[in-house]
Design a binder for this molecule. Structure first.
Ligand code: SF4
Length: 602
């Protein structure tokens, strides 16, 4: 423990919001004797409540600490009040377990689930006293790594990260640690060795060759490209922490989370996670029953969340719920389903799990018209949506939350009018039911084209078009019956830019951070005008990134890495979208030859 730094930190705590964010010491957190150990800091570039809820971070924390020769600690980005105080008192960014300055670690690993965290990465490095550019780092600096879904396009942050971990990190991170722990190598020699490990991407080994118009022509690389993701083949045997630490603060997912399977094969064409995590791999009923029971016994939590991209897909879900109810009947534990499909089976399950508490139920039809649902491969009809709502009403819910997207590829004003009509049909359906009238809250998120999806080739609609569509919708919807919420469209534009752009965005991120941008994913902290200025100052055209269609000949920045799904398949699937043709669920139905089986067992 760095007692001197700890005392300085403690003096700041009475003056900042939620001081428990900065104290560590939670039940099941890990303290070790540091001598001779590899020092690893797992960092999440947002506040504690968000980062500590992240399943990947929890798994890696305990997996790394299982190794006697590694001490893994955590660090979350201080909120603005704490950061101000730390900068004033010259306190560097520190680890929660031992108050060690992160600059003194061997490895600093950023978890990057989404793009709007990039300025926080720079802010964190700067607060830690580590050079933000990888080229300026010296022998004593930690090796800066990053992993998570956003790193499937590593190029916007290629100037700042030494090594990207592509895919599921459980095996890969240990291979990385073994190299970093070697005392006979210099920092550069370690980086050179790491660049040759399958699944690790070192941006220093790649030069991007561009045409006169700025588009990418090819990559000159010292290593074979693309870097293929790594996955855990047998998730049933994979490490899973059944003694996770128990936060003092209420976190975003304040429950014991049990991962039931990886992957989702519904092939929704807008969904990046569905492509990245293929193939689908289930844990067995026996493993899940044991892990769920141990989780509760070791944490005292009173809710188990069965988590995955699409939990109702698990083939043993009903027996699993029965088993957990049996095993945990004395502990009064509730079981939660964080994801629900739009079908009566899922609603029935949710009903059986929430007999006493019928607050709000969430469904995600995503698009209001059948034409648009076919384009996105949602594979549900209006009749199925209405039948599901009927099940919701039969079960006694009177508050319905609906998720839709706006600006989906091929969308027209007519699709928006059909969405309004769908609200009307749902309301009519609810009229015959006793009790409170049905209240509908609808959240509209703007469509963002994501790398490695069929829609990576499709332009985003300009935000002015989306604003007009919201006006159309508002005119048709009775605000007393349907509450509409939508996310900032300028934020969606920036998300698209950082999803689709390449190394030209490094200077933009740096400029935006210098201008004061941070916590950009928080709507009240997102400063669009400063981002516009940063793009202008760096001479980068946002509209060229977001608002232009691409072809199968376009070389994308993220082609340096691969999730196994081939570009040919994505292009074919896009043509199927325009023809309103369905792509089947390949776990229950038939393989669409997406390319994943060439490298992994499906
Ligand atoms: S190769 Fe076939 S079975 Fe495997 S993930 Fe792709 S579509 Fe599914």
């Amino acid at each position: 423990m760095n007692v001197e730094l700890q005392q300085k930190i403690e003096q700041l705590l009475p003056w900042v919001d939620r001081p428990a964010r900065y104290i560590g010491g939670e039940f099941n957190s890990v303290i070790k004797e540091p001598a001779g150990k590899l020092r690893f800091a797992l960092t999440f570039p947002d506040v504690y409540e968000i980062g500590q809820s992240h399943m990947g971070l929890v798994i890696l924390y305990h997996l790394l600490n299982e190794q006697e020769w590694i001490w893994c600690e955590r660090a979350f980005l201080p909120w603005v009040d704490m950061e101000q105080s730390m900068r004033r008192e010259e306190i560097p960014w520190f680890s929660l377990e031992s108050c060690t300055p992160l600059k003194d670690m061997d490895v600093l690993g950023f978890s990057l689930p989404y793009e709007m965290l990039y300025t926080n990465v720079l802010n964190g490095l700067d607060l830690a006293g580590i050079p933000i550019h990888r080229q300026d780092r010296e022998e004593e600096d930690p090796i800066i790594i990053a992993g998570g879904p956003a790193t499937y396009n590593p190029e916007p942050v290629a100037d700042f990260i030494d090594i990207f971990v592509i895919g599921e990190a459980e095996e890969l991170v240990l291979e990385l640690c073994q190299i970093v722990h070697r005392q006979d190598l210099t920092r550069n020699q370690k980086l050179e060795l790491l660049s040759r490990v399958p699944g690790l991407y070192s941006p220093a080994t790649v030069e991007v060759r561009r045409r006169a118009d700025g588009s990418i022509e090819s990559f000159d690389s010292q290593v074979p490209l693309p870097v293929m993701k790594r996955i855990i083949g047998d998730v049933d045997q994979a490490f899973f922490p059944t003694k996770p630490l128990v936060p003092f603060l209420q976190t975003v997912h304040d429950r014991a989370n049990l991962e039931v399977h990886r992957g989702c094969v519904h092939s929704c064409r807008y969904c990046q996670a569905g492509m990245l995590y293929r193939p689908q791999r289930e844990k067995s009923l026996e493993t899940l029953t044991r892990q769920g029971t141990e989780l509760v016994k070791n944490t005292g939590m009173n809710e188990v969340g069965l988590s995955s991209l699409n939990t109702p897909d698990h083939t043993q879900l009903v027996p699993l719920i029965d088993n957990l109810n049996k095993e945990l009947k004395d502990q009064k534990v509730s079981i939660g389903l964080p994801s629900l499909r739009v079908d009566s089976f899922s609603v029935g399950l949710a009903d059986s799990l929430n007999k006493a508490k019928k607050t709000q139920i969430t469904l995600a039809p995503e698009a209001g018209s059948q034409r648009l649902r076919d384009i996105i491969n949602k594979n549900i009809t209006e009749e199925q949506i209405l039948n599901t709502v009927k099940s919701v009403l039969d079960a006694g819910w009177r508050e319905l939350k609906l998720y839709f997207m706006i600006g989906l590829p091929g969308e027209t004003d007519d699709d928006i009018l059909e969405m309004a009509d769908l609200f009307g049909k749902i309301k009519s359906l609810s009229r015959g039911y006793p009790g409170r009238p049905l209240f509908i809250t609808t959240t509209l998120s703007s469509f963002v084209p994501k790398p490695h999806t069929p829609f990576q080739f499709v332009a985003q609609f300009p935000k002015e078009v989306l604003e007009e569509r919201i006006r159309i919708l508002r005119k048709r919807v009775d605000p007393n019956r349907v509450k509409l919420r939508w996310r900032d469209f300028p934020l969606g534009e920036m998300e698209a830019a950082f999803s689709l752009g390449g190394r030209e965005l490094g200077p933009v991120i740096e400029r935006a951070w210098q201008l004061g941008c941070k916590f950009d994913g928080w709507t009240d902290h997102f400063k669009y005008d400063l981002w516009v200025q940063a793009f202008q100052d760096c001479g980068v055209d946002v509209s060229g990134l977001c608002y232009r269609d691409k072809t199968d000949e376009t070389v994308f920045p993220w082609e340096v890495v691969s999730c196994g799904v081939e570009k040919d398949f994505l292009w074919r699937d896009l043509q199927a979208a325009w023809d309103s043709k369905s792509t089947p669920n390949c776990f229950f139905d038939k393989c669409s030859a997406c390319g994943v089986s060439a490298d992994f067992t499906c």
